[in-house]
Design a protein around this ligand. Structure first.
Ligand code: ADP
Ligand code: MG
Length: 728
């Protein structure tokens, strides 16, 4: 009965797109239509205001009040022409979503009448209540005031008739309460350090941007089935469910055609994304059934991060129209692949050079090698911070589970570059090189692009892999904000490049020629960072053993990952580059610990309710049917029944045992929660929840999944994996 009921609800499926008329248009006809981009700025604001605004965007200059007023006026006119009635600062607080507080342009007048207004000061600053967002004790509720401030480097856009203004979010005392503030600071730090290094090679470089191309994985579930699963609804993942007889064994989903209903959903959210200037390029099935991926063309990192969070919002909304639910949880289904969000990271100069792409000349390639080797050094020195940056309760279900790079850092370079590095190590020497030696090395370096083109081998098991013209950080979880890893990667590279510059300058001061000095320091780094390079299978047990032998630090648990970010060395790093002060790092640390407790607490409550109200009563009902059957057999077949009913009797016993274990473990789990709820210290509470409460979730699930195999399908109260994993 269960199956039929869920399926019937699932029938109401196919939907018209939000704007069917867009289907006949070229994407380029409406790409960016809802964005206040430079073209619209030029149209709607004065030349003077436009130029100041461009300066603010390109060079981080301040915008004065007069200009802000003009920009606000122009934005309002444009937005109202497009039907917007409200405006909102749009920001990314320290949780899994984005925040908006809408205010109307509309202004009633005293004594009657009304008009529409939007002043510069409202564009620049808005005051949401900081106490309602995670703030790690930075603000007490009674004095909670934080404000959001316009980030002119990410263009405003219209969503649902609201003019959204990308903003940072900070406490009145100045501490950042969001992802964007430290991200912007880290981008400035990279810019400064990288420009200095580029000056060795090209005096025209005065700006280096970080580029980010993310790949977003997600699952889709039919709405009716989703609504019949309280665990999915409340925790984003299934807390029970036996794996389906057929899931991803045949590897047939990855290469398969995208189901029609899913394709309709994709086209619909893509159209909305294009209107908002999100340059989506690829869409495809992923490894697990019902798992998909989309990826845009890479962009400047701040904009790419905004586009990713905005797209997640859009996908959630559009899914509702198609009677689907999109799951961004890293591990919604046990036993099949989880979802990640690969962050492809590179550096690009104002002269249009990708600093991580091999070039055409030896000079370009020394520059490439400098940035390449410095990135490896940054990963070597700060790798544990990289891994800590993406640690969340939900991502921990995916990492290390034989499908995503585990919580041990390593860098994959591919065999070609590995050989280049080895050869440099051997041939560059600290002794003065002869002109012949120098020419030969340069000739070799000049050849890199030719060999690379054919040799970008792929290693899907490495957390940080070089993929030809960028590094790909694969440990990021599908629900993570990309800014979290970027802040760390950027800060680490800024620190590393600063050190590189200092060391090269020292050699130059000693009279060593620039190129030779650079090559010598590159060689020194190749030797120092050798430990972090690994070309083999990052999922294998041997690698974990070897990594330990090499002394690479690994992270054992989520609370341990959070602790890494408040160690002395981490605080010193972030303070040196002006990314976080100590108070901010501690605030984030507490927020993370608190989130962890809350997530496990919710899962534990949901599972306890489901066990008590859905599973145990169902199991008992089925057990009673068996008992009746055995009794009946005894009545009519008194001589043979013991033999005939042997299997039933065994099953009755099994059910009794599972039910007993589920009940007992639930009691123990609740007791463990009580014990740790009583602890004031948030670290003790988080550790207790992680080490003692969480394991009960697995134990209880184990027994419930056994019951699912025994109990009559007609009685089973929840949709099963095989039902949720087929969209049609
Ligand atoms: P794959 O799955 O093989 O990694 P995809 O095409 O799915 O490849 O994704 C590659 C991603 O890398 C895209 O988002 C792309 O824009 C991005 N990318 C390519 N070049 C760069 C670069 N220089 N900087 C940042 N991201 C880049
Ligand atoms: Mg990729």
């Amino acid at each position: 009965m269960a199956t039929l009921r869920f399926k019937a609800l699932g029938e109401i499926s196919r939907r018209e797109p939000i704007e069917p008329e867009l289907s006949d248009k070229k994407i380029s006809d409406y790409f960016g239509a809802d964005v206040f981009d430079r073209e619209k700025m030029r149209q709607y604001i004065s030349k003077e205001a436009y130029e100041s605004l461009c300066d603010a965007i390109d060079e981080g200059r301040r915008i004065d009040r007069k200009i802000a007023n003009q920009v606000a006026q122009g934005m309002k006119t444009w937005a109202m022409e497009k039907g917007a009635t409200h405006y909102s600062h749009w920001f990314q607080p320290l949780n899994d979503s984005t925040a908006e507080k809408h205010d109307a342009f509309f202004e009633p007048m005293w004594g009657g009448g009304s008009f529409e207004t939007f002043k510069g000061e409202l564009l620049v600053q808005q005051e949401p209540d900081a106490s309602s967002f995670p703030n790690g004790g930075l603000r007490n509720t009674f004095e909670a005031r934080g404000y959001s401030a316009w980030d002119p480097s990410s263009p405003a856009f219209i969503l649902d008739k609201t003019l959204c203004i990308p903003s940072i979010f900070i406490a009145y005392t100045g501490e950042a309460l969001d992802f964007k503030t430290p991200l912007l600071k880290s981008l400035t730090a990279v810019d400064k350090a990288a420009v200095e290094v580029c000056q060795y090679f090209d005096k025209d470089v005065d700006k280096v941007n970080v580029t980010l191309g993310w790949e977003q994985e997600y699952f889709l579930v039919d709405e009716a089935l989703f609504l019949a699963r309280p665990d999915l609804m409340q925790t984003g993942r299934t807390l029970m469910g036996h794996i389906a007889a057929k899931d991803q064994q045949l590897d047939d989903h990855y290469f398969g055609a995208i189901p029609d209903r899913v394709l309709e959903f994709m086209k619909d959210f893509e159209q909305q994304a294009y209107r908002l200037g999100i340059p989506l390029k690829t869409r495809h099935n992923e490894v697990a059934p019902n798992q998909f991926e989309c990826a845009p063309m890479f962009e400047e990192a701040n904009i790419a991060v905004d586009h990713n969070t905005l797209l997640m919002t859009i996908m959630r909304r559009v899914a509702l129209r198609h009677k689907l639910r999109v799951l961004f949880h890293e591990k919604p289904f046990l036993g099949v692949n989880g979802s990640g969000k690969h962050c492809n990271w590179s550096l690009c100069t104002n002269t249009g050079v990708n600093l991580l792409a091999p070039g055409k000349t030896p000079k370009n390639n020394i520059q490439f090698l400098a940035f390449f080797v410095n990135t490896i050094m940054a990963a070597h020195k700060f790798g544990v911070l990289f891994m800590a940056s993406i640690a969340t309760q939900s991502n921990s279900h995916r990492l290390g589970a034989h499908e995503a790079p585990p919580a041990v850092m390593s860098v994959f370079t591919g065999s070609t570059l590995s050989a280049v590095l080895d050869s440099l190590e051997q041939r560059v020497s600290e002794k003065k090189m002869t002109p012949d030696e120098k020419t030969e090395i340069k000739l070799d370096i000049g050849k890199i692009p030719n060999i690379l083109l054919d040799n970008t081998d792929r290693n899907r098991t490495s957390p940080f892999a070089f993929t030809g013209n960028r590094f790909e950080f694969r440990a990021t979880g599908s629900s993570n904000n990309c800014a979290a890893p970027l802040i760390v990667i950027n800060t680490a590279i800024a620190e590393q490049l600063t050190q590189f510059k200092e060391e090269v300058d020292k050699l130059i001061a000693k009279g060593i020629k620039k190129d030779e000095a650079i090559l010598q320091i590159i060689r020194k780094y190749i030797i120092e960072s050798k430990n972090i390079r690994f070309e083999g299978n990052g999922y294998s047990a041997e690698w974990l053993r070897e990594a330990a032998e090499r002394g690479i630090e690994s992270i054992g648990s989520v609370p341990d990952a959070f602790k890494v970010s408040v160690r002395k060395d981490a605080i010193a790093l972030f303070e040196k580059h002006g990314i976080f002060n100590e108070a901010e790092l501690h605030a984030r640390y507490e927020i993370n610990m608190e989130n962890l407790v809350k997530k496990i607490q919710i899962e534990s409550r949901v599972l306890a309710d489901l066990a008590a109200n859905h599973i145990v009563p169902t199991a008992i009902r089925y057990q009673n049917i068996l008992i009746q059957n055995v009794k009946g057999l005894k009545d009519i077949l008194p001589d043979e029944y013991a033999d005939m009913a042997a299997e039933e009797i065994r099953t009755i016993r099994k059910i009794a045992r599972y039910v007993k274990a589920i009940r007992e473990n639930t009691y123990h789990m609740v007791d463990a929660r009580k014990k740790y709820n009583a602890m004031d210290d948030i670290v003790a509470r988080a550790t207790g929840y992680s080490e003692e409460v969480q394991p009960y979730l697995d134990k209880i699930r184990h027994d419930i999944d056994k019951l699912e195999l025994i109990v009559d399908d007609e009685l089973w109260p929840l949709p099963k994996y095989r039902e949720m994993m087929s969209i049609n």
